[in-house]
Design a protein around this ligand. Sequence first.
Ligand code: R1P
Ligand code: URA
Length: 313
Amino acid sequence: MRESISNANFPRDEEDRVYHISVKLGDVANRVLTVGDHVRARKIAKLLDSEEETGHPIFEKTSQRGFLTITGRYKGVPVSIMAIGMGNSMMDFFVRETRASVEGTLAIIRFGSCGTLSHLAPPGAVIVPSGGYCIRRNIDYFADEPIYPELKDKPYFFSGNFKADEGITEILSKTLETALAPIEAENEFVGPVLTGGLNADGCSFYSSQGRLDPDFWDDNESLLKEVVVNYPKTHSIEMETSMLFHLARCARDPSKPIKAAGCMQVFADRLANAFIRPEVVAVLEPVVGRACLDALIQVEIENEMSVEGSVWE
Ligand code: R1P
Ligand code: URA
């Protein structure tokens, strides 16, 4: 760390950049497409309007902690594409530090990958959840000396449900269905788009998603059955989208709402124990990435930011 940081509660550097993502006001647009990995982000960023078209350089920042922010215009509308890595805590860094770097409404679409728990969405399908919940490993269950013995009963906890933004979810579903229809007609391994179910965020890719690992004591053999019993509408299982819905729900200031939706390409079939083939991802991912941008720019933002010197000036 080279910059000097003044505030231990919400750290920023001398130029007011937030501590982990390393952006400041003006670097991120009101409309954000977030993905897990940099490669996906950079491929989608190729769809942004060129610098010749906009007359502005495309903003790009990779933080020391591995967050990537790319801000430009898509079909004339300011958007940011942000790669955040994996898991609930990365989502927490992303949502809080982005919120602190954008004025007005923040509209977020997450485009990730997931495991499927629905026969209607095999690998190659795209799932658009209407809400999501979290499955957390209860580490007290595994503790040698639990502080709260009453918490020792259950190895995994299920949270309540958090809703996606209905308006953005509807735009996203329709845009994806239109974009995928011609590809589905040509390629039997792509599609369909499955909407209206729930997403489960595991706090791990392994134990809290019901993966069996003989090297560890996990007590998760019945976890996926429990998912079906507790939440029969669960279509997808991954690691960030429910946390995004949860944090959007907890945004306090009504003049700065966070509206969030998500879609995932199905990579792993957790019922049939199968995985998507790379050649299917190569067809699916660019179409879904473009559809996410097309959906994002349809989202109405009443109080769009205007920051002197930024990419959307
Ligand atoms: C695990 O392989 C990762 O893939 C999924 C999960 O949520 C987790 O982050 O999403 P991304 O493809 O967006 O990273
Ligand atoms: N991402 C996950 O978190 N789980 C899966 O099964 C596939 C992708």
